[in-house]
Every structure is written in C-alpha cells, then in structure tokens.
Design a protein around this ligand. Structure first.
Ligand code: ADP
Length: 377
C-alpha cells in the first residue's frame, strides 16, 4: 500500500484532496462544537422572553438545548460524510484527467527509447500538460527525422561504395585469372577508382565532423581577395588544360572577414572545381567578388551545362547529383556542395545557386559577413 502510494501520482492526488476535505470537516466540527452552546444560549434566551415561551419550564429548555445540539452534531456528521463521498468521486475524476496525459507521455517515451520514433501523444489541453505533450511530440518528430537521415546516409554511403568496389574487384579478378593484363592502363584505372574511394572517405569524414560540430574553425582576420586569388592560381593549370577560361574580377580593396582561410579555400576549390567540371572546352568561368550590405559576396558563374530548376533546391543536399546515371568516372560524390554549405553557414554566411536552365550555365554565390559585423559592429 505504501509502495503504491509512493509510486502512484493518482493515489497521491486523491489522498491530498481527501486530506483537505477531512481537515475542513474537522475544523468545521470543532468550531461548531465550541460556538454552538453559546450560540444556542443566546438564541434561546431571546425565545424565553417571548409570551409563547413563558409557559415552558427550565427542564424543558434544557431538553430542547440538548436536542438541538444533538441535531447539529448529526447534521454535521451526515453532511461531512456526503461531502467526503462527493469529494472522493470528484477527486478521482480530476486526478485521472491530470494523470492520464502524464501516463501517455511516459508510455510514449519508453516507446521512443525503444526506437519507435513514430510515437506521438494527444494534446488535449492548452495548459502546462498540453505544453508538455506538445514538447514531447516535437522531440519525437526531431528524433524521427534524425533517424531517417541516419538510415538514408548509411544507404547512400553503401551505394557510393558499391560501384567502385565492384569495379575494382572485377579488374583484379580479371588480372588474377589472366583475362586482363596487369598493364599500366589497367593499373591506372584501378588507382583512379581507389583515389575516388579515398576522396569519398575523406569527404565523408569531413562532413561528419562538420555536422557533429567537431570541425573547429581557426577564425582569423582574412583578406578574402587573397584567398580568391590563391584558389584561382591553384586551379588555373587545370582550366588551361581543359581549355576553359578563368576570369577573376575583384575590387581594388576587399574588406577583411573573420574566417578560417583554409575552409574558405576549400569552398572555393569545390565551387570552382564544379564550374570547371561542368563547363565544356571553350567555355568561360567568371569569379567575382564585391561588398554589399555589410557582406562580402563571392560569385562563380560559368557557361557550362546549367542546372534544371527542379534540381536547384537539392544540389546542396548530401549525395545529390543532377545526372544520376552519370558514370563514377565522370562524376563526384555529390557531397562537395553539402560540405561547402556547412562551412559557409559555420562562418555565419549563406550559399545558393542559380541557373537560367539546362545548357545555359550556372552561378553559385556565397556571402560572408564582414569582420566588424561578426564582432557585433
Ligand atoms: P559533385 O561532387 O557530384 O559535383 P557537389 O555536391 O559538388 O557534388 O554538386 C552536386 C551536384 O550539383 C553535382 O552533381 C551537379 O549535378 C550539380 N552542380 C554543381 N555545380 C554545378 C555547375 N557549376 N554546373 C552544373 N551542375 C552543377
């Protein structure tokens, strides 16, 4: 019984209601008993003065007083018993209304803890209990979304690894069985697949660190212009090899931003690398930067394959590639822009893409707040 009382909020609430009514009745009883004799005497002495009561003897008055007191006690006892019964009934109903939502949340929490992320509880009131149910549902929704992304990520990674691994295995088996010669070109093919796998693993590692908030940014005052020039110089030989022109337009002076220069370089290499990748020979990539509304804007526009409007909102998602049928040899892993977005956002900036349509080139723009903005002015 004690254990039940200790563990059940319902019984605690009912007992507390009963304790309040019992206390009220006791106080009422004591007050009535203390006041009743004096009150009776006062009222009866008033009656004794009347003509009608003058014939009533002193004994009869005593009797009457005793009976009146007994009646009062009886009425108090019956009234008290009825009040206690009604209180008990009402307290059971009220307590259930309080306890039931809490039990539902407790049961649903256990479900979520066991991995049933679809669990929700009904929101039946707009008080604190309703707020609690709403907060629980919100938490369950977020957990469900995180779980969905986790499963999706595992599926994507497995999918990304399957093709290069299968291709490597086939080539190796061919060489072992003597069907393929282990000449330089076969070995080069294998090396290319391995490099791709290695890059994918490095990208995944990077992405998981950034998403887990473990990638520490080495924030310093940085001249964006210098980082842009350095990125362009690094990629220029590849642009020249492919026959794509790389134009750089910078203002004479660009203000400083508080940033991790290596990470900004990583974003630029990815965006410029994509522009080169998706622009055929003879095309042009234009890298520009300017200051607008307390932000440094960096824009990379190309005259390449362009991006269909239906794909634009998705290209920053993990593993999203516009051309899904593209062979692994010609394509990337589809997480470069995801990493870029995470990095730009970690700097307090934004990144987006636009395109006039397929075959009409694309533009990727990112903005970073000026150093004095991030410092709070
Ligand atoms: P990937 O490594 O596959 O290039 P990204 O995350 O860098 O992955 O880009 C995602 C997708 O966005 C690419 O697969 C490509 O379809 C599209 N994309 C990115 N940049 C361009 C561009 N400059 N021109 C055309 N498509 C692009």
């Amino acid at each position: 019984m004690r254990a039940l009382f200790r563990r059940s909020l319902l019984s605690k609430l009912i007992v507390s209601y009963l304790a309040v009514i019992t206390l009220t009745l006791i106080v009422m009883g004591i007050a009535a008993m203390l006041n009743a004799p004096d009150a009776l005497d006062r009222h009866m002495s008033g009656m004794g003065g009347s003509q009608h009561m003058q014939s009533v003897s002193g004994d009869m008055m005593g009797d009457l007083r005793g009976n009146l007191l007994a009646t009062l006690i009886e009425v108090l006892l019956i009234g008290g018993a009825i009040a206690a019964a009604v209180t008990l009934a009402v307290s059971v109903i009220l307590s259930r209304r309080i306890v039931q939502p809490m039990r539902a949340i407790a049961a649903a929490s256990q479900g979520v803890a066991a991995g049933h992320y679809r669990q929700r509880v009904p929101v039946t009131s707009s008080d604190e209990l309703g707020d609690m149910a709403q907060a629980f549902n919100h938490m369950a929704e977020r957990l469900q979304e995180t779980e969905r992304r986790r499963i999706e990520l595992i599926g994507n990674v497995a999918h990304e690894l399957r093709t290069p691994l299968a291709s490597l295995k086939l080539q190796l088996e061919g060489v072992i069985d003597g069907i393929l010669t282990s000449d330089a070109s076969a070995l080069l093919d294998m090396q290319r697949e391995l490099s791709r796998l290695q890059r994918l693993v490095v990208d995944l590692e990077d992405l998981s660190k950034i998403e887990a908030g473990q990638a520490v940014l080495d924030l310093r005052l940085v001249q964006v212009g210098e980082v842009i020039q350095a990125a362009a110089s690094r990629l220029r030989p590849q642009y020249d090899d492919k026959g794509v022109s790389l134009l750089v337009t910078l203002p004479v002076e660009l203000p400083e931003v508080r940033a991790d220069a290596n990470r900004i370089m990583q974003v630029l290499m990815n965006v410029l690398g994509n522009a080169l990748h998706y622009t055929p020979a003879g095309g042009t990539v234009h890298l520009r930067s300017w200051v607008e509304q307390q932000e440094v804007c960096v824009e990379v526009s190309d005259t390449g394959s362009g991006i269909g409007a239906e794909h634009l909102p998705h290209i920053f998602e993990r593993f999203y590639r516009v051309d899904k049928s593209r062979t692994r040899v010609s394509g990337g892993s589809g997480i470069g822009l995801t990493i870029s977005r995470q990095l730009v956002e970690a700097h307090g900036g934004r990144i987006w893409a636009s395109s006039a349509g397929v075959g009409k080139g694309s533009t990727v723009t990112f903005v970073l707040p000026l150093a004095n903005q991030r410092n709070g002015g």
